[in-house]
Design a protein around this ligand. Structure first.
Ligand SMILES: [Fe+2]
Length: 684
């Protein structure tokens, strides 16, 4: 838990604030006057209050001015309602809260070239809690250091207080996840949302981030570069209500409420915005109009049903009298994107321990990220089993689109087990992956984008807007009257077409012995030179290849595309030549990466119209009597090779890799076997 004590010893004198006992460290920034280094941004809105947060690089007497028009910022906030936090290097009295400094033990473990997660030196963070506001009212604001205007006093800096609790909702909510790369896709997703709201003439009211907002380690600097710098034009007007991702979890701790994540956010811990006090910023609830929001920590807190978070959730939900219930956290209960909810612990636990609580309390929408994909479920209830199946857990298998199959229907208010729509919005910026088909999903899109939720009275509409500002999925839930719920025995299923996947993991466990696996073809070589074979002692099967006088090539049929990654494990006979082929268009045109076990050589060869060109050949220090683990990654024209996690090297190509199939290759009079083959589709 992170206590923020008001800077008690500030003395208000003639409208100026002096920091008593706060030693001002002399540095260049002082001479130039304090500069704004973060924000201003908004936090913890209620109908009567809001928190304005900003940072400077030297101390200043902070103040905020607000008013109902830019020309009349006639209320000034100073003194004890502005909390000061300082970086570790700043000399300040003990009662001033410190921003994050990495503990010595952790710093010692960190590689010297790693970025420090600590707050940059000479940082002053101000958190101004402005009270006594009118509900659902727009206020303009400005932020000062002494007499120096840092930001605002213009039409771009405003906030709107929340509508009173219990009033009919008229809200627009932006939902983003896994965005914090600082790269182009993240910026385009943000821009597309801004265009969408402008074109539809309806601004956002709030912003929910479902985690992984500051890759790779959630350091203070990564927060600045990959979150605040990118979203500032939104953050200065809308409150971002956060949930912590595993990447923030590399430097921030839910148990102690410390780290750059907890420094950045001010969220309710004592029911300041409705709900029940959680006593921690790691999980919390709040009300806006007639919507109850719940944020959970799926990363580093106890996820058991008897744990503090689950017990708080039960108590919180029992209390709420709201019409709508939206829950959000990072690790998705249902996904087959870059993560698999049938196989990963946090995801399984959130599904089996938290979904029953939420659904028994009538949850309408469950939002998550982590998995870099957009997946949106049908109207489901009771999908707690592992693996997730659709049979008996879908209450409406339509698309929920009011212009197509029709909106999902639920009874008015919060009623147990009438159906939930689960959304994975991990498509906010990070590289996308689809590894399978989650059977309860209605829409699965491997596209960057974000979700807009509109709640108006008894209707909630969800829209996935991709990074090109195209509406790619629309569904509605209408809550009216009394609805009878039926669980469908055999609901609709999303197509499980392998060509839709971005990652293929090919194993042979279910294949017939002595045959070429299904969906494979021999491109070169005699029949039965490639067969599935049982390894005698263990239960596993291998793909065994034995070539005679001619070399053998077999390719996987269900992939004819741009690959970005191949992984495999190969066992070679002592003098064998064997490897993989990729970008295989036909027998005349393909690439091969192969080992010669006898000479301990690795070769990258391009075949063009039947002519071989050796692009790279080198001796590699690998024990070829053992299985060789191969990873090949392509980034534009750079090939990255990694063997047994030991040997690593890059090869630059003079032209981009073309599309094509991938497969295996075994040279003449050689034998090799393959444990598995995995390929990642290259995304545009
Ligand atoms: Fe994640």
């Amino acid at each position: 838990m992170f206590f923020r004590l008001p800077a008690k010893k500030q003395v208000v004198l003639c409208g100026l604030v002096f920091f008593v006992g706060l030693a001002i460290s002399a540095n260049a920034a002082v001479a130039a006057g304090p500069e704004l280094t973060r924000g201003p941004y908004l936090q913890s809105a209620t109908p009567e209050s809001i928190v304005v947060v900003w940072r400077t690089n030297s101390p200043a007497a902070p103040s905020v001015k607000i008013g109902k028009s830019v020309a009349a910022l006639n209320r000034q906030i100073v003194g004890g309602s502005i909390q000061l936090l300082v970086s570790a290097d700043v000399q300040a009295p003990k009662y001033i809260t410190r921003l994050y400094k990495e503990p010595k033990a952790d710093a010692a473990k960190r590689a010297a070239d790693d970025e420090s997660p600590s707050t940059v030196p000479s940082t002053y963070q101000y958190e101004a809690r402005i009270q006594g506001l009118e509900p659902a009212t727009r206020y303009y604001y400005s932020v000062y250091a002494g007499k120096k205007l840092l930001a605002g006093a213009d039409k771009h800096h405003y906030f709107v207080t929340s509508p009173s609790q219990g009033t009919d909702a008229d809200l627009r909510i932006w939902v983003v996840g896994d965005s914090g790369t600082g790269e182009q896709d993240q910026k385009e997703v943000h821009l597309a949302m801004q265009e969408f709201t402008q074109e539809s003439k309806r601004d956002l009211d709030l912003y929910l981030h479902v985690g992984d907002m500051a890759y790779v380690e959630g350091t203070d600097k990564q927060f600045q570069n990959n979150f605040f710098d990118i979203y500032q034009t939104t953050l200065r007007n809308k409150v971002c209500w956060p949930s912590m991702g595993n990447h923030e979890g590399k430097t921030s701790r839910g148990t102690s409420g410390t780290g750059p994540y907890y420094d950045a956010y001010v969220v309710p811990t004592a029911a300041e915005a409705g709900g029940l006090p959680s006593g921690t910023e790691a999980y919390y609830s709040f009300d806006i109009a007639d919507v109850h929001f719940v944020c959970l920590d799926s990363h580093d807190l106890d996820r058991t049903p008897s744990g503090a978070m689950a017990q708080w959730l039960i108590a919180d939900l029992e209390e709420t009298q709201q019409e709508w219930l939206i829950a959000f956290w990072h690790h998705p209960p249902y996904t087959k994107g870059s993560h698999d909810s049938d196989a990963e612990r946090q995801l399984i636990e959130m599904r089996t321990h938290f979904m029953p609580i939420l659904e028994s309390c009538g949850v309408d929408i469950v939002l998550s990220g982590h998995s870099h994909i957009y997946e949106r479920s049908m109207l489901i209830d009771g999908a707690y089993a592992t693996p997730t199946v659709a049979e008996g857990v879908v209450v409406d298998d339509g698309d929920g689109n009011p212009d197509h199959d029709g909106a999902y229907r639920k009874s008015q208010g919060l009623n147990p087990n009438e159906g939930t729509v689960a959304i994975v919005a991990g498509n906010g910026g990070a590289g996308l992956t689809r590894r399978g088909t989650m059977p309860i999903m209605r829409e699965i899109l491997v596209e960057h984008g974000s979700v807009i939720l509109d709640i108006r009275g008894d209707t909630l509409t969800g829209t996935m807007v991709n990074k090109n500002n195209v509406e790619r999925d629309v569904f509605s839930i209408v809550k009216r009257g009394k609805v009878e719920v039926t669980h469908l025995e055999k609901p609709w299923q999303p197509p499980n077409d392998p060509s839709l996947l971005t990652v293929f993991v090919l194993a042979w466990q279910d294949e017939a012995l002595g045959q070429l696996p299904k969906n494979w073809s021999l491109a070169q070589g005699p029949d039965e030179s490639v067969v599935v074979q049982q390894v005698s002692e263990e239960q596993k099967k291998l793909l065994a290849v034995k070539a005679g006088e001619k070399s053998v090539i077999a390719t996987y049929d269900n992939f004819d595309d741009l690959m970005s990654e191949i992984r495999t494990e190969i066992s070679l006979s002592t003098d064998a030549v064997a490897g993989v082929v990729f970008a295989h268009q036909n027998e005349q045109n393909y690439y091969a990466y192969r080992f010669n076990a006898k000479t301990a050589t690795a070769e990258l060869v391009r075949y063009h119209e039947g002519e071989a060109e050796v692009l790279d050949s080198r001796e590699v220090e690998i024990d070829f009597s053992e299985q060789v683990k191969v990873e090949i990654e392509t980034r534009k024209n750079i090939f990255k090779f990694q063997l047994n996690n030991q040997v690593e090297y890059d090869v630059k190509l003079d032209q981009p890799l073309p599309e094509g199939k991938f497969g295996i290759l075994v040279g003449e009079n050689s034998a090799a076997s393959y444990e598995y083959l995995a390929i990642r589709r290259g995304l545009p």
